[in-house]
Design a protein around this ligand. Structure first.
Ligand SMILES: C[S@@+](CC[C@H](N)C(=O)[O-])C[C@H]1O[C@@H](n2cnc3c(N)ncnc32)[C@H](O)[C@@H]1O
Length: 251
């Protein structure tokens, strides 16, 4: 069952909600078509940063999906060495900071976004309201980064977990974002450890997303296994967790 954390937004309600909050002069279609563009998100986070800082959650917050995330980390942690975790397109979500805070095993969490506005807001908030992680060896950083260039920033087979809440959804629904979303998946597969996982939290139906994921991972140098489970329903919209992991070669 999902617990909703404010304020949250789904791409299906994007038209009504974000269109109202955001740039009144722009047409909603124009906004949706441009969700792969840095300028679109800079404008979005600038508009939403007025007043006291609040995390902006796409779909839902950490607590709705913590059971998909924390057990995976616990299983992956076989030594004292920290696990590398990446949130791609973190925006101003509390997902990455909550993984840092609640993971019992040591994690090095990077929250990456193409929007410097989002990254700066997150950085300032973390400095103003520091939290103690469960594991004293855990670290948290925010980084301005175009996730189509992940390979320039992370080593092959270095990441234990990559989380993506709404970022691939935004890219695949924008006019020119499909190719970028495919690039991101293929790079994620190279950067994940053999036992690592990419989790995509999405409102896209499995009929469409699984076909797309299978097509994109076929074009990857690293073979992948793809699975899905239903997370739950909010206001008539069903949400899914797509789990993509590199195939471990059979000996
Ligand atoms: C739908 S929002 C989701 C934000 C956040 N994950 C959440 O759950 O609230 C999509 C995010 O992806 C970011 N984004 C879009 N293209 C990107 C890219 N190429 N590299 C990194 N971030 C990107 C946007 O700036 C935006 O913050």
């Amino acid at each position: 069952m999902l617990r909703i954390i404010r304020p949250c937004l789904s791409l299906r309600s994007f038209g009504k909600e974000a269109g109202r909050r955001w740039h009144r002069a722009s047409s909603t279609n124009d906004l949706i078509e441009n969700m792969d563009k840095k300028a679109t998100w800079d404008r979005f986070y600038t508009e939403n940063s007025k007043g006291t800082f609040k995390n902006f959650e796409w779909f839902f917050g950490f607590h709705a999906i913590k059971d998909c995330i924390l057990p995976l980390l616990q299983t992956a942690s076989t030594t004292d060495a920290p696990l590398y975790v990446l949130d791609i397109g973190c925006g101003t979500s509390a997902l990455g900071p909550c993984i840092y805070r609640y993971s019992e095993c040591a994690v090095k969490v990077t929250c990456a976004d193409i929007s410097p506005v989002a990254v700066q807001l997150m950085q300032e908030h973390a400095e103003n309201m520091p939290v103690q992680p469960c594991n004293p060896s855990s670290t948290l950083v925010f980084q301005e980064l175009d996730c189509t260039e992940l390979e320039r920033h992370f080593g092959p087979k270095s990441l234990a977990l990559i989380v993506d809440k709404g970022t691939t959804d935004a890219l695949v629904r924008s006019k020119k974002g499909q190719e970028k979303a495919g690039q991101i998946i293929r790079q994620c597969l190279k950067l994940l450890r053999p036992s690592g996982n990419l989790l995509q939290f999405s409102d896209e139906d499995p009929d469409a997303r699984l076909l797309w994921l299978e097509k994109e991972s076929r074009g990857s140098e690293v073979a992948a296994e793809v699975g899905v489970h239903e997370i739950g329903e909010i206001r008539g919209v069903t949400y899914f967790c797509y789990q993509i992991s590199p195939c471990i070669p059979q000996l």
